[in-house]
Design a protein around this ligand. Structure first.
Ligand code: GDP
Length: 364
């Protein structure tokens, strides 16, 4: 599962990517500075993991991770192959969620490709390119399904109706994610088509230092513009955080963060939000050798969760011993949880909950 960072040139994508990962993507004051997509694997900051560490005192601790891709090169006309257009769109297609960076800071030294600062126009520029690409997809699909629909094939007729609805939405500038479908339509026709504008999105407003906690007038405009999209809007002083990141000393970094009113880097919050956006959740294993956060889809069953550790665990799954995170913390150890009768034994239909501390029993 990976999230892709998109946005117009010079809005701060590479800087954000650098903030998030240790990989050093180029960042310079001109368009197209990042040409190949940069992929970074980022630890998901999770205070629960630190708590478990203090309780269990293991040899090592492994956090969950999420993949972030810096996708450069989207400009007006990208859907027609301008700039790095088509390559860019192919990269976006491979992501599972989109982090859309919007420039919400003034700085005359940093050129804006369209002359002045206007995050709403920027957002629309990007949206239109993505929508045009989806329109191509829809038209191809319509072409295929049309004949079967004409001969009276019921499934084809249903699909055609859904595609026509998408087409007319896209033509009026509405992304697929904002259209309403029945559950069946969504599962049978919409989701399998993997439209770019159906991917979940989060807007990242890149602000100046003074607006790091409160946002600013640009951010207000963004919130207003996306209020019907059911999407999260996150405020982040990307440039400032990048500068703070350069400091080697942890205490010093914390001091600068609190100077701008933050307890933790905004980037940490962004990663956690991206994780949620990807519909992921965490369960833990907590042994003396290793305390570890594992990633599963929301809705995963116990055997599927076991399968994340090893496919054999899933195949040979017998049962899981499960402790709710709060119980683990409350009683302080696995032994005490057991004593208190709070350890549950769950079978193969158990739906994993975020924060479960799990132990699997399986046949080999
Ligand atoms: P990209 O083209 O979207 O990847 O943009 P970059 O991350 O390369 O940033 C373009 C320029 O804007 C660089 O010179 C950055 O240092 C600068 N920049 C990025 N974020 C901020 C910010 O929050 N404030 C200011 N003033 N400059 C920023």
């Amino acid at each position: 599962m990976k999230a892709g960072i998109v946005g117009l040139p010079n809005v701060g994508k590479s800087t954000l990517f650098n903030c998030l990962s240790n990989a050093k993507a180029q960042s310079a004051n001109f368009p197209f500075c990042t040409i190949e997509p940069n992929i970074g694997v980022v630890n998901v900051p999770d205070p629960r993991l630190e708590k478990l560490e203090t309780l269990v005192n293991p040899e090592r601790v492994l956090p969950a991770t999420v993949e972030i891709v810096d996708i450069a090169g989207l400009v007006k006309g990208a859907s027609k192959g301008e700039g790095l257009g088509n390559q860019f769109l192919a990269n976006i297609r491979e992501t599972d969620a989109i982090l859309h960076v919007l420039r919400c800071f003034d700085d005359d030294n940093i050129i804006h490709v369209d002359g002045n600062i206007n995050p709403i126009r920027d957002k629309e520029t990007i949206d239109i390119e993505l929508q045009l690409k989806d329109l191509e997809t829809v038209d191809k699909k319509l072409e295929k399904v049309k004949r079967a629909a004409k001969t009276g094939n019921k499934e084809a007729q249903k699909e055609e109706a859904v595609l026509l609805k998408i087409k007319s939405g896209l033509e009026s500038g509405i992304s697929v994610r904002a259209l309403e479908f029945s559950e069946d339509e969504d599962i049978d026709f919409v989701k399998p088509s993997q439209f770019i504008t159906d991917k979940p999105v989060m807007y990242v407003c890149n602000v100046d230092e003074a607006s790091a906690t409160s946002g600013n007038a640009y951010v207000d405009l963004v919130r207003e513009a996306v209020k019907d999209e059911n999407a999260e809007v996150l405020v982040l002083a990307v440039g400032t955080e990048a500068d703070i990141n350069e400091l080697d000393d942890y205490e010093e970094r914390q001091m600068f963060l609190s100077d701008i009113g933050l307890e933790e880097p905004g980037a940490a919050k962004l990663i956690r939000s991206a994780y949620k956006l990807l519909n992921l959740q965490t369960y833990f294993t907590a042994g003396v050798k290793e305390v570890r956060a594992w990633t599963v889809d929301v809705g995963a069953t116990a055997p599927q969760a076991a399968g994340v550790i090893h496919t054999d665990f899933e195949k040979g799954f017998i049962r899981a011993e499960v402790i709710a995170y709060d119980d683990f913390v409350h009683f302080g150890s696995e032994a005490k949880v057991k004593e208190a009768g709070k350890m549950r034994v769950e079978g193969k239909n158990y739906i994993v909950k975020d924060g479960d501390v799990m132990h699997f029993l399986f046949n080999v």
